[in-house]
Write a protein that binds this ligand. Structure first.
Ligand SMILES: [Zn+2]
Length: 290
């Protein structure tokens, strides 16, 4: 129905905040479809060069789901006129420019609607994380945005980027810390604009996914889910057509849900503590046993 709002559940946070696993869990809720980093693949300038298989393991061009959604066109081409490295500037331009908002809505809203229709879902989960993309989506007329801000211990995020991961490179701590600040502050700005919002720490999500998922389902006015894909400490997922994201998206079988340990060498730990202590305090990482 064209008149009903387009419902997007946007997962905001820093890169490596645990969004791949969280997104897969959200995608198992009835009425939700996990589209992966759809907004990022549409609007981020460097997305054009990225060649990452879909979550089903097929190249995106050969994936039947995305071929049906985009009528055989590459999905990322839909965002071509607006693609940029400075997504925050694009958001600011949209706020001033009604014609730009309408032009973007005319292309992007039907695309997201097709994702929902193709999956028979009411909510499209977009795990792009970059809150600037959430802000852009929030400006599109006809969009009802819910925001889930996923917080991960900055030391864990820095540690994660110290290692190469399949097609993802290593990144220096100082650069990662800049991202963490950007993502944290802006995710809070974004969440304030959304009528439906949650903030969860990744470790709490992983420790008790059932509680988190029930809370989200209730907030989205969905019936209480059965969550048969969960068993204590593990989850098993159906195939989800996840765009971009982390290579873990293709892992099959029972996937262990482990609360991540922070394994960071001493200099990097000191640096991260020094530069992110207000965030560590705000999100409760200084409290013992939490
Ligand atoms: Zn696919």
């Amino acid at each position: 129905m064209a008149d009903s709002p387009l419902r997007i559940l946007f997962l905001a946070g820093s890169a490596r905040c645990g969004s791949t696993l969280a997104g897969r869990m959200l995608g198992e809720l009835p009425g939700l479809v996990n589209a992966g980093e759809l907004g990022l693949s549409l609007l981020f300038a460097d997305a054009q060069a990225v060649t990452v298989p879909c979550g089903c393991g097929q190249p995106e061009a050969e994936c039947p789901f995305w071929s049906a959604v985009a009528a055989g066109r590459p999905v990322r081409d839909f965002g071509l006129p607006w693609r940029t490295r400075n997504l925050l500037r694009l958001w600011r331009r949209m706020r001033r420019d009604a014609a730009l908002r309408m032009a973007m809505a005319e292309v992007l809203v039907p695309l997201y609607r097709n994702v929902a229709a193709q999956a028979g879902a009411e909510w499209v989960v977009d795990i792009s994380k970059n809150p600037a993309i959430g802000l852009i989506l929030s400006e599109l007329p006809g969009v009802e945005l819910a925001v889930l801000h996923l917080v991960r211990d900055p030391r864990g995020v820095v540690a994660s980027w110290r290692r190469r991961k399949a097609y993802l490179p290593k990144i220096r701590p100082i650069k990662v810390i800049r991202w963490i600040w950007f993502a944290s502050v802006l995710s809070e700005v974004l969440a304030r604009r959304a009528p439906l919002r949650w903030r969860f720490r990744y470790r709490d999500f992983i420790a008790d996914p059932e509680a988190v998922l029930r809370q989200v389902a209730a907030g989205l006015h969905r019936p209480a889910p059965e969550l048969a894909f969960l068993r204590p400490g593990a989850a098993r997922f159906h195939t989800q057509h996840i765009l971009f994201s982390n290579p873990d998206k293709m892992d099959g079988g029972w996937i262990p849900l482990r609360v991540p340990e922070v394994n960071l060498d001493r200099p990097a730990r000191w640096l991260t503590n020094l530069l992110t202590w207000p965030l560590l305090a705000r999100y409760g990482y200084f409290r013992p046993n939490r």
